[in-house]
Design a protein around this ligand. Structure first.
Ligand SMILES: Cc1cc2nc3c(=O)[nH]c(=O)nc-3n(C[C@H](O)[C@H](O)[C@H](O)COP(=O)(O)O)c2cc1C
Length: 168
């Protein structure tokens, strides 16, 4: 199986849709999941009891915190990443190179690197497109080769899986 770095942040629907519409369909397509959540996303899944079902979809630990110095790295190094759902907050931080949590550290370390594929599927309020920096953030990511997709809350979250290459 091919490793997929699946990263998620705290968007509405995370607790009800992420595992069923993204994680499990990705596994069904042949991906082995290395899941990293933002601290807020992890807190939501922990609070709503959804962590166990997500953990059952992969043989790797679901991460949200960094390892301690000297601890082994718990995940392999995927060549393909899907950041979905991506919040406006995390998209902005990724574009700016901010790495104040493990999810953004992971993505920031590979953004723009040769041989790496990153799909960012963001879910935002309609009003967010008017923020003066928003389009610049998207342009920055697109300029680094990121494939961008806006999630429509009325449509399945599995759609951005079609933007990934076929698992080897
Ligand atoms: C119920 C709820 C739903 C939210 N949905 C979204 C969303 O769909 N998109 C978004 O950009 N932010 C959403 N937010 C706001 C983010 O959770 C908030 O900006 C948070 O700081 C993002 O942190 P993270 O990017 O580290 O996960 C939502 C907040 C709440 C409480």
């Amino acid at each position: 199986m091919t490793d997929l770095g699946l990263v998620a942040s705290s968007c509405g629907g995370l607790d009800t849709r992420f595992t069923d519409e993204l994680a499990k369909p990705a596994v069904a397509r042949g991906w082995r999941l290395a899941v990293t959540l933002t601290p807020t996303a992890w807190g939501w899944l922990k609070a709503t009891g959804g962590l166990g079902e997500l953990e059952a979809a992969t043989d790797l630990p679901v991460r949200s915190t960094s390892r301690l110095p000297g601890e082994p790295r718990p995940h392999p190094d995927p060549k393909v990443f899907l950041f979905a759902p991506a919040s406006a907050n995390s998209v902005a931080k990724l574009a700016l190179g901010i790495a104040d949590n493990q999810a953004l550290t992971l993505l920031g370390d590979v953004l723009g690197a040769p041989g790496i594929t990153i799909v960012v599927a963001y879910q935002i309020q309609d009003t967010r497109v008017h923020h003066p920096a928003w389009q610049r953030h998207l342009d920055t990511l697109a300029g680094a080769g990121v494939r961008l997709h806006r999630l429509d809350p009325r449509r399945p979250w599995s759609e951005p899986l079609d933007l990934l290459p076929s698992p080897a």
